[in-house]
Design a protein around this ligand. Structure first.
Ligand SMILES: Cc1ncc(COP(=O)(O)O)c(C=O)c1O
Length: 395
């Protein structure tokens, strides 16, 4: 991949949606291709003087197709650099493993993607790390983070906002202030907000993490993760060394698909979020279901979300149906939504979350998680209304 300095200069003056649509306006120096090429080669040759030709020698560290995705994501987040990983879990867990040592303290939310929570509990127990899982939900969450951090001992504050599966919103500015007061760094799982609606570095975050499997790729056909850093500092170098040493990298084809997915990120997420907002309002008006969506004035985190999410509230929502049985019955009756886990794709998904999480999950048993896709909004509304209407509203 090559790009002239003219192209780079153009990047400074255009909106993130333009950078995404044009994949940074890069033009391949050898062929003129405007689609970033897929570099399948695992190894890269040197000159007779033994200099590297393209800057990297082996794909585990520096595949040019990773770089295309990483450069675009770093720009979209307003960060210094990005790194791809083989999954969102690989990107999340390397942060905890690289930063935390025996005796350190880490603060994370109770409401978060259960995979990270489950792993984190086990990791901290195994390695003598003190873990506080706290309620970070706005509006009271900011004070709770401030109380939880221990200056000198807390090394990391982890936030997910909006958070699975109740879409709790955490005040990033307050979380950053609390973390930094304690000498800790703030890492944010921004998978659900996406850079379309929140750029955590603008609110004081130090690291941003994505399950790129979700909205960044957007087509339910790639497993990948990403980290973005505010600055290429010593922690970033540690994370880079871990990725090189541990090898948790995606295949080049996944990286290439991710670039392709990110080119339509803004159009997808804006449309999906507009549909989600319409559905949330319409379902709330029925009165037979409680809708959890940060865009609704009734959501406890709405005020903070309206400040830190610019232009929309995302495409994830949950419905509290009153009882587990009613939730499962609604789930059984939908015909347009697919009953499946995951989120952020072009197709709408519905999931009874408590069924897939461990028995000690804080997720309410009557909760259905919805990932809103790109289908006709009326088809989605009618599908949910039909399913809810057919099921008795015993609550
Ligand atoms: C918010 C969030 N973070 C992290 C992950 C883990 O990502 P992956 O499945 O790509 O490993 C997920 C997956 O569902 C998620 O929803």
């Amino acid at each position: 991949m090559a790009s002239s300095s003219d192209d780079r200069d153009r990047d400074r003056d255009v909106a993130p949606a333009t950078l995404a649509a044009q994949a940074l306006h890069t033009v391949d120096g050898l062929t003129g291709a405007i689609v970033p090429p897929l570099h399948a080669s695992t190894t890269y040759a040197r000159t007779p003087a033994y200099d590297l030709i393209g800057g990297g020698d082996y794909t585990r560290d520096l595949n040019p197709t990773y770089r295309a995705a990483e450069a675009l994501l770093a720009k979209l987040e307003g960060g210094a650099e990005a790194m791809l990983f083989s999954s969102g879990m690989a990107a999340a867990t390397v942060v905890f493993r690289a930063i935390l040592r025996r005796g350190d303290h880490v603060v994370a939310p109770i409401a978060m993607y259960y995979g990270v929570r489950t792993w984190l509990r086990a990791h901290c127990a195994d390695h003598g790390i003190e873990l506080d899982l706290i309620d970070m939900a706005a509006p009271a969450g900011a004070a709770a983070i401030d109380r939880a951090v221990r200056p000198g001992q807390t090394k990391l504050v982890w936030v997910e906002t909006p958070a699975n599966p109740t879409w709790d919103v955490t005040d990033l500015r307050a979380a950053a202030a609390a973390a930094h007061r304690a000498g800790a760094i703030l890492a944010v799982d921004s998978t659900v907000a996406t850079p379309v609606y929140t750029r955590p570095f603008e609110h004081g975050a130090d690291l941003v993490m994505h399950s790129a499997t979700k909205f960044l790729n957007g087509h339910t056909d790639v497993l990948a993760g990403a980290l973005v850093t505010r600055a290429p500092d010593s922690i970033w170098e540690m994370l880079r060394a871990r990725r090189r040493g541990e090898g948790a990298v995606p295949g080049p084809f996944e990286a290439w698909l991710l670039v392709r997915g990110m080119r339509t990120l803004f159009a997808r997420v804006e449309r999906q979020s507009a549909t989600a907002a319409m559905l949330a309002a319409r379902l709330e008006a029925r009165g037979d279901v409680t809708v959890l969506y940060p865009g609704l004035a009734s959501h406890p985190g709405h005020h903070v979300a309206a400040q830190q999410m610019k232009g929309g509230f995302g495409a994830m929502m949950s419905l509290r149906c009153g009882t587990r049985a009613r939730a499962l019955e609604v789930c059984a009756r939908v015909e347009v939504f697919a009953r499946a886990t995951s989120l952020g794709g072009v197709e709408s998904l519905i999931e009874h979350r408590a069924s897939v999480e461990p028995p000690d999950t804080p997720t309410p048993a009557d909760l259905l998680r919805l990932s809103i896709g790109l289908e006709d909004p009326e088809d989605l509304a009618r599908d949910l209304e039909r399913a809810l209407g057919a099921v008795s509203s015993a609550r």
